[in-house]
Design a protein around this ligand. Structure first.
Ligand SMILES: [Zn+2]
Ligand SMILES: [Zn+2]
Length: 226
């Protein structure tokens, strides 16, 4: 039985996924190690049970605490080759807006957020993804990591055989971004992002777990793909 434990941190939703093994999907903004540690103990999971830290992409709010959580758990960090420098070289990254609000909020908040967040603690990526799938079987999960570019060019998703799909910023589902499940309001290539959605849907994704906000049925997003 797969357990899905959301790790809510500010505007982010990261996930612990546990079956025969356990992984963490996304690592929030910097400085979240303590609250992650608390979630682990509240959930009865030992830090060393977490074998992978799968970063859906290299933005500051998804890999900010990767180094801290790695030190806590000893897990290997997974990130796609096209996004690895953001983490390995501490590059603050946040894609441009795709909607009016996306563009306005990006321009308005970028200087402030950049100042507040500061530098993302840099660390080495242990498993560098390319465009091929990576099976999670040896980590105790029935499913795989797949390449789903669009929000960034190195975005990846986790799709389980159960139909649970962890898509990072392939979708947004919370204010201040959106008020219901939608395509993200920030992206580097929206056409590529829609193709990634088709890929995820064709793999049997049924319940979508976004990087911001609550899970939702995949049907909620299909109308935005044409
Ligand atoms: Zn992002
Ligand atoms: Zn994000």
């Amino acid at each position: 039985m797969t357990q899905i434990i959301p790790f809510r941190s500010g505007i982010n939703t990261c996930y612990i996924v546990k079956d025969r093994g356990a992984v963490l999907i996304d690592a929030a903004t910097p400085g979240q190690g303590q609250s992650f540690s608390k979630l682990l103990s509240d959930s009865g999971i030992r830090p060393e049970e977490i074998q992978l830290i799968i970063l859906t992409h290299g933005d500051f709010d998804h890999c900010g605490s990767a180094k801290e959580i790695q030190e806590l758990t000893g897990a290997k960090i997974v990130l796609h080759e096209k996004d690895r420098t953001y983490l390995e070289e501490s590059i603050f990254h946040w894609p441009e807006g795709t909607t009016a609000w996306g563009k306005i909020s990006h321009t308005l908040f970028m200087p402030l957020v950049k100042k507040l967040i500061g530098k993302i603690p840099a660390t080495k990526v242990d498993i560098v993804m390319d465009d091929n799938d990576l099976s999670l079987k040896e980590y105790g999960l029935e499913g795989k990591i797949v390449y789903t570019p669009g929000h960034t060019y190195g975005s990846i998703s986790v799709v389980l055989e159960s139909g649970d799909a962890f898509v990072g910023c392939l979708a947004h589902n919370r204010p201040p971004f959106v008020f219901r499940p939608k395509l993200p309001i920030y992206a580097m290539n929206l056409e590529l992002l829609k193709e990634s959605w088709i890929k995820v849907i064709n793999m049997g994704a049924a319940t979508i777990y976004p990087g911001h906000g609550n899970s939702f049925p995949v049907e909620k997003i299909t109308k935005y793909l044409n």
